[in-house]
Design a protein around this ligand. Structure first.
Ligand code: IMO
Ligand code: MG
Length: 425
């Protein structure tokens, strides 16, 4: 039996898509457990680029079954678009994609409320993707959410929608001065959607547990990253779900003791989109160079990403809360032309060293990072095919990360393309 859980170890955009795609070659199933169309997972092969938001990154490997688990919040519009996009590339989705009947739906009012609340907050905004993620998880926790299973029964769906709209229309009108939403229009739109997704809806909890019992190779895929986790991230500047490894169990209905390996995806430096604390952020030409060399612009919103050096204090915390044993280190090639490379090894606030990763955003905002400077390798790594071909300075960088975090770097990624990847053993 092998269940490999793949998590983002930083603030998202670590390159999960590429690594999930790669590791799912030879797997029988890939299952996504949280988030929604806020994610943007980029996969490149044979000269083509695919950006996936909702569908697991295993879908491009024919024969691999893909699950969208109960913990995911599903935007029908994004889902249908994505299915179409994949089919247009000649990849069959029918019979391979399975959607949990327990998954919650993103409704039109979730997107409107997300955007309205963000713009009302001005400078205090979280900088969400505007995809309705927060409001959908709020409704789930309030127990008024609408799930895929509700679409099966029209009167029940209509009744639930009416209860929601009675309240949401009031809020939209009175607080945000928005147009009222029409129940009948939403009912018709979502029932049409139900017809389109009907072939994909299944009890995915049963499916994945059967695959595990049958000793199949299963990959479990997270979206976002540990520092965006609603419990363990830089709250309140987080997403509204649990990208950390614990979320995989609740988001799919699998037991913790079924997971055999946890791989953390770590970018060789740090980025963040949206607002919130980022201790190693660089506001200078080095930060600009990282953004330029790394093409750091959001795959979902196109926003420029904030860039900075690798934060090992945050990474060690992430390794701990996720249980990461193996690291896939991505975008190492982006550091090819840096004469010096810094890593943050300590946090100081008001001249005092912090002993652990702080919980309050005020402390996080006031951190002075303490850096160790490592020598750059100053050469292109484009043609490197194995660990022993890597320049000694790059190996030193890798060993420093391993020594500091206690996890082992098993995979190094040297371009967005599938083929530019080095794997240990
Ligand atoms: P992938 O899976 C990077 C960020 C948003 C914002 C915060 C909350 O591609 O790594 P939300 O729309 O979730 O309510 O926004 O989380 N965010 C991401 N940042 N990568 C992502 O996904 C993200 N998904 C959400 O920018 O700061
Ligand atoms: Mg992204």
């Amino acid at each position: 039996m092998s269940v490999t859980l793949i998590v983002g170890a930083q603030w998202g955009d670590e390159g999960k898509g590429k690594i999930v795609d790669l590791l799912s070659q030879g797997a029988s199933m890939v299952a996504r457990y949280q988030g929604g169309a806020n994610a943007g997972h980029t996969i490149v092969f044979d000269g083509k680029q695919y950006i996936l938001h909702l569908i697991p990154s295993g879908i491009l490997n024919p024969g691999v079954k893909c699950i969208i688990g109960n913990g995911v919040v599903i935007d029908p519009v994004a889902l249908i678009d994505e299915i179409k996009m994949i089919e247009e590339h000649g990849i069959d989705v029918k019979g391979r994609l399975f959607i949990s009947h327990k998954a919650h739906l993103i409704m039109p009012y979730h997107k409107l409320l997300d955007q309205a609340r963000e713009s009302a907050q001005g400078g205090e905004a979280i900088g969400t993707t505007g995809r309705g993620i927060g409001p959908a998880y709020i409704d789930k926790a309030r127990r008024v959410g609408i799930r895929i299973v509700d679409l099966l029964d029209r009167p029940n769906f209509e009744a639930k929608l009416r209860v929601n709209l009675n309240e949401k229309n009031e809020v939209l009108k009175k607080i945000y001065d928005f147009e009222q939403l029409d129940v009948d229009l939403i009912v018709e739109t979502y029932l049409d959607f139900d017809k389109m997704i009907d072939p994909y809806v299944k009890d995915t909890t049963l499916l994945i547990n059967k695959a595990i019992k049958d000793n199949e190779k299963v990959i479990v895929e997270g979206a976002q990253g540990a520092l965006l986790d609603i419990d363990h991230g830089t709250y309140p500047f987080v997403t509204s779900s649990n990208p950390t490894s614990g979320g995989a169990c609740t988001g799919l209905g699998i037991a913790p003791n079924t997971i055999t390996n946890i791989v953390g995806i770590v970018k060789a430096y740090c980025t963040r989109v949206g607002n919130g604390p980022f201790p190693t952020e660089l506001h200078d030409s080095v930060g600009d160079k990282l953004r330029r060399c790394g093409a750091e612009f959001g795959a979902t919103t196109g926003r420029p990403r904030r860039c900075g050096w690798l934060d090992l204090v945050a990474l060690r915390y992430s390794v701990m809360i996720n249980g990461i044993k193996d690291i896939a280190l991505t975008k190492l090639d982006i550091l090819d032309s840096f004469a010096e490379i810094k890593v943050c090894t300590e946090y100081e606030v008001g001249g005092k060293k912090l002993k652990s990763f702080p919980a309050d955003s005020n402390t996080l905002e006031n951190i002075t990072p303490v850096y160790k400077t490592l020598k750059g390798w100053n050469q292109s790594m484009a043609k490197k095919k194995s660990f022993d071909q890597l320049p000694p300075e790059a190996m030193e960088y890798i060993r420093f990360i391993e020594g500091f975090t206690g996890a082992e770097v098993k995979i190094v990624s040297l371009s967005p393309d599938r083929k530019d990847t080095i794997m240990k053993g």
